[in-house]
Design a protein around this ligand. Structure first.
Ligand SMILES: C[S@@+](CC[C@H](N)C(=O)[O-])C[C@H]1O[C@@H](n2cnc3c(N)ncnc32)[C@H](O)[C@@H]1O
Length: 616
């Protein structure tokens, strides 16, 4: 059982701090905390605070009577939404008054809270940013940081006050640039401080169109004094009810928008093939794949990955089949770049599976080799403590070789039918055999300790150092292993023994045992249910005559679902196309959700999956 990371008493302290902030707009003072806890000892209170800080649940600000801030982790422990300060007005005109906490706190949705411990809502005044969609009276979400990039919309502060502007760099200087031609840009002076940046991810593209409701919500909560509303309720749109039958549920629309409707941690396996960059036209606005350059495309696919990370169960898996393309005869490595960026964003890459197409398209190219495969990335959550559901037995394939019954030794239950130690071939090498294989083995195996002691005695006698022995044998870092008695030790091969004999002037004591060898049949004991299919999948391309031109073979979702979706799990394909994933999920008796932007494919999906439920 997982241990509660804090004691009941510490949780009580945390909860008192939370309630103070929530009810009165500021954390309790030291004495108020003592009163609430009904304890007289200052030290006990200090200890509790120190422990909470050590566990990164709160942060204390030195020299401030009420300087306690609850960190994200603290809110999580309490199971409540993060509270963020609503700060004073900022000018989207010129600089005006300084930021000042108004003692108003708003409850932040879980989704936004994940972004940072340092968010604040800022009320904008003035019209200098209207072309960026930020109007007088708007509330914007700002992340407190002075770490900005050129082009960011920043909250800047100097002795005159604060302002919201875009930061630009021109002729060697930084400027705060208004997004309204009526206003002048302001050069950044030494005393200007960048206080924070606009949380673009939630405001810029996705949410500007919903900004009205965002504002309304905030205003309502402000107007209401201490009553708490989820200030950014808008971010937690109402989620869909998850499917209860194996009839696929189809969400028609843009992938990011529709993924937002799926509850957190509800999906067991995602398997999909997005549109490849610059390949096809799905004849609809908002389609992915028509970006100006690979970089913009990669960003979009990785953003889809971010949302998938949220909806995936902790033990879930994501299979992404994605193709590459050439620009000016230069292979773009798009799949690999996507995979690396996904790792940067918190995914664990478990396999790069090669889908080899035995029936690949013939190609007229004469100056390079024909492309015959596509990668399929197998990702899991980057959380090694929560093991992925992986049912290897359901995807085993027949062995290529028969078991060859050799002599079986007693007390041996390993992979090899013969229990002999061999010289040279590693277990890996033996496992990969496609036919019976013989390896060389010493007839008699002497204990390593014995030989190490023996060689040590003769080395000392010879006056040679280990390095000198290596040099005489033309080796590096080898002789030392023959003198070791721990796991790093090894026995010299017969030919090395013969050379050592000359160098160290060994007697004949162990010659026979160390040099006499015989050939031994080495055969792998096959797993009775077949072998692991490995990461090279030979699958013919799909040919099903539907009027949809980029269908992936059924075997891809079949492998993903069988290996990674428990019987009652839900499968998701965010780029459904003709619905291959939904069809296979149903065949395997699993529930599924499909997302597709192009509603003219709904008929095909229906034909392939039978009964479907649609949410438009
Ligand atoms: C390569 S196809 C998927 C084919 C699918 N695996 C199958 O077997 O039929 C990609 C699909 O993504 C859809 N698509 C493109 N942009 C999208 C977007 N922004 N949101 C949702 N779907 C999108 C396209 O309409 C297309 O059907």
């Amino acid at each position: 059982m997982e241990r509660e990371p804090i004691t009941t008493r510490q949780k009580q302290v945390l909860s008192i701090i939370y309630n103070w902030i929530k009810d009165s707009g500021f954390p309790p003072s030291f004495n108020e905390l003592k009163d609430e806890l009904d304890i007289s000892s200052n030290q006990t209170v200090l200890d509790h605070l120190a422990n909470l800080e050590k566990k990164k649940l709160i942060k204390r600000e030195e020299g401030s009577a009420r300087g306690i801030k609850i960190l994200n982790k603290g809110y999580n422990i309490l199971g409540v939404n993060q509270l963020i300060p609503v700060v004073g007005t900022t000018a989207a005109g010129s600089f005006i008054e300084a930021i000042e906490e108004m003692g108003n706190w708003e409850e932040l949705s879980q989704e936004v809270a994940k972004l940072s411990d340092d968010l604040m809502i800022v009320k904008v005044s003035g019209e200098s940013m209207i072309n960026a969609g930020i109007n007088d009276g708007d509330f914007v979400l700002i992340k407190r940081t002075n770490n900005f990039k050129k082009g960011d919309i920043v909250l800047a502060q100097d002795s005159d006050g604060t302002t919201l502007k875009r930061i630009i760099f021109e002729r060697g200087k930084y400027f705060l640039k208004p997004e309204n031609p009526k206003y002048e840009k302001i050069e950044l002076s030494e005393e200007t401080e960048i206080v924070g940046i606009l949380e673009k991810k939630y405001l810029k593209e996705n949410l500007l169109k919903d900004k009205e409701s965002f504002n309304v919500l905030i205003r309502r909560s402000n107007g209401n004094g201490k009553t708490l509303y989820p200030a950014v309720d808008l971010f937690v749109q109402k989620k869909i009810d998850l499917p209860t039958t194996t009839d696929p549920l189809i969400l028609v629309g843009d992938v990011i928008e529709k993924l937002k409707l799926i509850p957190d941690k509800s999906i067991s396996v995602v398997v999909t093939s997005p549109p490849y960059w610059n390949l096809r036209d799905y004849e609809t606005d908002g389609q992915i794949g028509r970006e100006k350059n690979p970089k913009d495309y990669i960003e979009k696919i990785v953003n889809v990955g971010d949302e998938i990370l949220r909806v995936l169960k902790d033990n879930g898996a994501y299979f992404l089949n994605i193709g590459d393309t050439y620009v000016d005869k230069n292979l773009q490595m798009i799949p690999q770049r996507v995979a690396i960026e996904m790792q940067n964003r918190g995914w664990l890459l478990r396999n790069q599976i090669i889908w080899h197409k035995p029936d690949h398209m013939p190609s007229p190219v004469k100056s390079r080799f024909t492309n015959t495969y596509e990668p399929i990335y197998f990702f899991t959550k980057n959380d090694w403590e929560k093991r992925v559901h992986f049912d290897i037995d359901s995807v085993r394939v027949p062995h290529k070789t028969e078991n060859i019954q050799g002599p079986k030794r007693q007390n041996y239950n390993g992979k090899f039918l013969g229990n002999e130690k061999n010289i040279g071939a590693s277990p890996g090498a033996r496992m990969s055999i496609s036919e019976p294989k013989y390896t060389l083995k010493r007839k008699v195996e002497l204990p390593q300790n014995l030989i190490a002691d023996y060689l040590k005695k003769w080395r000392i006698k010879s006056g040679l150092t280990v390095k000198q022995i290596d040099k005489l044998l033309d080796y590096t870092h080898t002789a030392g292993h023959w003198l070791r008695k721990d796991a790093g030790g090894s026995l010299p091969l017969p030919e090395d023994w013969k050379k050592l004999k000359e160098i160290l002037k060994l007697d004949n004591k162990y010659d026979k045992e160390m040099t006499e060898t015989e050939l031994v049949l080495q055969v792998v004991r096959n797993h009775p249910n077949g072998k692991n299919p490995g990461d090279l999948w030979e699958i013919n391309t799909a040919k099903n005559g539907f009027a949809h031109f980029a269908v992936f073979p059924e075997e891809i979702p079949r492998m993903a679902i069988k290996s990674c979706c428990p019987p009652n799990g839900i499968v998701l394909d965010p780029f459904a196309g003709s619905g291959t994933t939904g069809r296979i999920a149903k065949e395997l008796n699993r529930k599924s959700i499909l997302i597709e932007i192009q509603d003219k494919y709904l008929d095909i999906i229906k034909k392939r999956c039978g009964k479907i439920n649609i949410i438009k």
